[in-house]
Write a protein that binds this ligand. Structure first.
Ligand SMILES: [Zn+2]
Length: 415
């Protein structure tokens, strides 16, 4: 079974939002209580509590302490599950030891089976904009209005999560379990594409197409910087500081949404044309070996790099197509034609010239050609000219409403 999440924006009254905030704080406290109980138990008896022990403990704590009774019982149980899973990850060597959580780190509640209900379905919007609106009742919290902008297989929902974002927005995430797609068997020669991710060109494809860093994204990044500066001038923890903090969180979410949207679309575009996607497998070791230039590149890309990869992969896997991560070491400095590594190439060189065979090509294109070669597919030897992918359908719409987009923004500087 594969898990798929459907996320919808949720709107609520101020009172309900405040109830949610209080409950998050309580859940956080419960989490920490469990953590301490587990630590004590371990010190005393050298024994780690099982999932059921922890669940029972959560329920008992809830029963004995009126403060915790504001939580729905299953939600309290799920807090225990969350701690159990964090601890399990630590035992398996996949994560750090669970630590005491601060309220701002605890931002979601999960209703595993019951305690939620959707009602009052209604059609809203016209034409292409047609969506459905529904009312969600979460036990012990209250009512939310959801805009259901895509089909939700309601019978298969296995859990519901309500999440408060740092910007103050609330989202509801439905988890749906669905059967795995069969991987396609590749009898006929597969169509392969290599994708190199970068900054100036967000993605360069081995067929010569590339995706430029879109303007709305650049401008958002610029705005992030401005707010960041404003925030640093505010008095720490003052009213204005919190205001800036929230504005910053909002801007970050905007950038994130933009990027997600863009890369989902790129994923769809690629998955339609190709059977196999070859990407750089970025591992820490590789990064260290690559030294300064790549580090700089990574810092700019930070965590979203992994996300972008995950999004592209998802679009391929969903269709039963293949994704090949290949070692990223030296992809941008290796000559596609003869395989020689051009050590003198710096980040400033936009064109790759091989000192050995004279192969001259755009640097990112060279990298995207090297990728499929490393995966065992040899793309056509002489690629077509670089040409931009025409703007993806809705990018024009995602900018801020009204004037903000039209204003002349200062040019984006990379670093
Ligand atoms: Zn060469």
């Amino acid at each position: 079974m594969r898990v798929r999440a459907y996320r919808f924006r949720a709107y609520s009254s101020k009172t309900t939002a405040r109830v949610l905030e209080t409950q998050l704080e309580v859940a956080c406290k419960l989490y920490n209580t469990l953590l301490h109980a587990e630590q004590e138990e371990y010190e005393r008896n050298k024994h780690s509590m099982s999932r059921n022990d922890l669940r029972q403990l959560a329920l008992d704590t809830r029963r004995q302490n009126p403060e915790f009774q504001v939580l729905y019982a299953q939600v309290a149980q799920q807090v225990a599950d969350r701690f159990y899973e964090a601890r399990q990850r630590f035992f398996d060597g996949l994560g750090n030891k669970p630590k005491v959580k601060k309220p701002y780190q605890y931002l979601s509640l999960v209703y595993p089976q019951h305690g939620w209900k959707l009602s009052n379905w209604r059609e809203v919007g016209r034409g292409k904009n047609k969506k459905r609106r529904a009312r969600l009742r979460l036990s012990k919290i209250g009512f939310f209005t959801l805009i259901i902008h895509r089909d939700l297989p309601l019978e298969q929902v296995s859990q519901v999560c309500v999440k408060l974002y740092p910007s103050g927005r609330i989202y509801v995430i439905f988890t749906v379990e669905e059967p795995e797609t069969q991987e396609q068997t590749l009898d006929e020669p597969a169509k392969v594409v290599g994708v190199d991710l970068g900054i100036e060109k967000l993605a360069t494809l081995s067929d010569g197409r590339y995706l430029e860093n879109p303007k709305p994204l650049e401008r958002s990044l610029e705005r992030v910087k401005t707010i960041q500066r404003a925030l640093s001038r505010k008095k720490f923890l003052s009213g204005n500081w919190f205001k800036s903090k929230r504005r910053l969180a909002k801007e970050y979410e905007h950038v994130k949404n933009l990027r997600r949207d863009l890369f989902f679309k790129l994923g769809v575009l690629l998955a339609k044309d190709y059977d196999v996607l070859v990407l750089e497998d970025l591992d820490v070791q590789g990064l260290i070996q690559k030294g300064v230039t790549r580090t700089r590149r990574m810092r700019l890309y930070d965590s979203s790099f992994l996300e972008i990869r995950a999004l592209l992969e998802w679009e391929f896997r969903k269709r039963g197509k293949l994704v090949f991560p290949v070692p990223a070491y030296n992809t941008s400095r290796e000559c596609f034609f003869c395989g020689r590594v051009n050590k003198d190439l710096t980040l400033a060189d936009r064109v790759f010239v091989c000192p050995e065979c004279g192969w001259t090509v755009d640097r990112d294109l060279n990298a995207s050609l090297v990728l499929p070669k490393r995966a065992g597919w040899v793309p056509p030897a002489v690629p077509v000219e670089l040409r931009p992918i025409p703007p993806l359908p809705t990018l024009g719409l995602v900018g801020r409403q009204g004037g903000a987009l039209k204003q002349e923004a200062p040019p984006f500087r990379a670093g």
